[in-house]
Write a protein that binds this ligand. Structure first.
Ligand SMILES: NC(=O)c1ncn([C@@H]2O[C@H](COP(=O)(O)O)[C@@H](O)[C@H]2O)c1NC=O
Length: 512
């Protein structure tokens, strides 16, 4: 019986000495690269250096250590094939049965704020992935371990059966290919950014499992939540849950929607979301004031909703929040008293997120059957737009406040979208209608008598003057919309007829 060999070459040395000791006791001869060899020898574990096997030193500051046919022949040979065995014998190569490799920490390196390009490049592992991929390809014969979490399973199987099961080797090999693909994907992303390339001919993205979910949008749909490595920290994927039941698929989507809206505000704001649309948005001098308005905006729809704050939740606000049934509260922080009040509700999920906006917003990706759409996020604000007043009358200062609020909110409402606002709160929201006047009718009906003297925002232009007519009849005195319809003149004429001030932004905010 030939000597069994295991090759160990790891950057993350956690658990490696225990694993190596077990392998030795199971009769394996160990071979290792410099640092790993040293770590094992320090624990008194017998180990042969890769250089002793290859007869070739590690060169170029470790850029070439294991890249040698005496190693790769041992990894790639079919171990029950006479011709392969004959070739190994001819070249003095010994087959390797077990490989344990983990890679240079590229992700951790580029996550450092002061990382240099040279440092990042040096942390691109070449020899490691080559060994991993060779062993994973040859998993019929080779057990390959990339994740320290698998050490114990491998040892248990070796002890119980004298060899690992084929199913285990196949699983470990699949894990290796996922791992090396993800590793390369991060390198590709980093290099693409360095080269300042957009819309590359191949898009390689990688996500890490954050959580398996109980179910998807509906109970019969299985689902999971993946997180972007080194993604935005101002994200639901980065939230810390302080209390309450596990987040569901719909919770995550809704919480993300609420967060995107509350991000629009620098003044204290509260945003209530249902089914990914805002149902109430309020602003004020304090979080409490903001919440009071967001609640008053639509006290019916907020039931079972998600609330996002951009200020600490204090005890006074917590007391009000406690009175209603909510799924989630998101805030940068909670006062101790507020936490004590809110944790009294067993199921209420309390999340915190550090409110620090990323320098460069991530691109938005939407899957379709058989494809993926990628676009920039819609971060356009009124400050970026060239605003014109289309009507004879200019908005008053108060109307401007309401228009600005409406414009911030309408961007986040599913199209066709109409939002009716007062200066510091929404009072009617019409979402996701197939015609614009339909969305306006819903928003105006909800606003009721509060539409008198209020403002109306539309995510896209008015194809005809019917929305202006409906708005005027409900008492709206100011409108904000992109403009740009061939029938703009009709809408302007109608607005002038009713003395409405109408602002054109020149920018559309569809959201589908
Ligand atoms: N160049 C090579 O031939 C090579 N062979 C193995 N490595 C890596 O070297 C690391 C281990 O090095 P050490 O045992 O010296 O601490 C592992 O992360 C392994 O993936 C290599 N390094 C990088 O490419």
């Amino acid at each position: 019986m030939t000597q069994k060999r295991a090759l160990i070459s790891v950057s993350d040395k956690n658990g490696i000495t225990e694993f190596a000791k077990e392998l030795v006791s199971l009769g394996y001869e160990l071979i290792s690269t410099g640092g790993t060899k040293k770590a094992l020898q320090e624990q008194g574990i017998p180990v042969l250096g890769v250089s002793e096997v290859t007869g070739f030193p590690e060169i170029l500051e470790g850029r070439v250590k294991t890249l040698n046919p005496l190693i790769h022949g041992g990894l790639l040979a079919k171990q029950d094939d006479a011709s392969h065995q004959q070739q190994l014998d001819e070249h003095g190569i010994q087959a390797i049965q077990l490989v344990c490799v983990n890679l240079y920490p590229f992700q951790q390196t580029i996550a450092k704020p002061d990382v240099t390009v040279a440092d990042a490049i040096e942390n691109i592992d070449i020899g490691g992935p080559t060994m991993l991929r060779a062993s994973a390809k040859n998993h019929q014969y080779v057990t390959v371990v990339v994740d320290p979490a698998d050490y114990q399973t491998v040892i248990d199987e070796l002890k119980a059966e004298g060899a690992t099961k084929f199913e285990t080797r196949r699983k470990l090999a699949a894990k290796v290919f996922r791992h090396t693909a993800a590793y390369d994907s991060l390198i590709a992303e980093y290099m693409t950014q360095l080269a300042e390339e957009e819309n590359p001919e191949q898009l390689t993205v990688t996500y890490e499992l954050k959580q398996t979910l109980r179910y998807g949008e509906n109970p019969h749909q299985q689902a999971a939540f993946y997180k972007k490595p080194l993604g935005s920290t101002f994200s639901i994927a980065n939230a810390v849950q302080l209390h309450g039941k596990e987040l569901s698929y719909n919770n995550i989507n809704d919480a993300d929607a609420a967060l995107q809206i509350v991000k629009e505000f620098s003044e204290p704001a509260a945003v209530a979301v249902k089914h990914m649309n805002p149902c109430g948005v309020g602003t004020g001098n304090t979080g409490f004031e903001a919440f009071t308005k967001a609640f008053a905006a639509d006290p019916v729809s907020i039931f079972g909703g998600i609330i996002a704050f951009n200020r600490e939740v204090d005890a006074e606000t917590a007391g009000k929040l406690h009175e209603i049934f909510l799924e989630i509260i998101i805030a940068p922080s909670y006062s101790e008293e507020a936490l004590a009040i809110l944790t009294g509700k067993k199921n209420l999920r309390l999340l915190t997120i550090p409110f620090n906006e990323a320098k460069k917003p991530e691109q938005k990706m939407t899957t379709i059957e058989g494809g993926l759409l990628v676009q920039d996020q819609d971060r356009y604000t009124l400050e970026d737009a060239t605003v014109t007043i289309a009507t004879k009358r200019q908005p008053t200062t108060g109307e401007w406040e309401a228009l600005k609020l409406g414009w911030k909110v309408v961007k986040h409402v599913k199209s066709n979208a109409i939002v009716v606002t007062a200066e510091d709160m929404t009072i009617g929201i019409g979402a996701g209608q197939m015609n614009r006047v339909g969305a306006a009718e819903i928003a105006l009906k909800q606003a009721g008598s509060k539409a008198e003297g209020a403002a109306l925002a539309s995510d896209a232009f008015f194809p005809m003057d019917d929305t202006v007519e409906a708005a005027a009849k409900a008492g709206i005195t100011a409108i904000i919309q992109p403009g740009g319809s061939i029938r703009d003149v009709d809408s302007i004429k109608k607005a002038d007829e009713y003395g409405i001030a109408m602002v054109f932004t020149g920018v559309r905010h569809f959201k589908h």
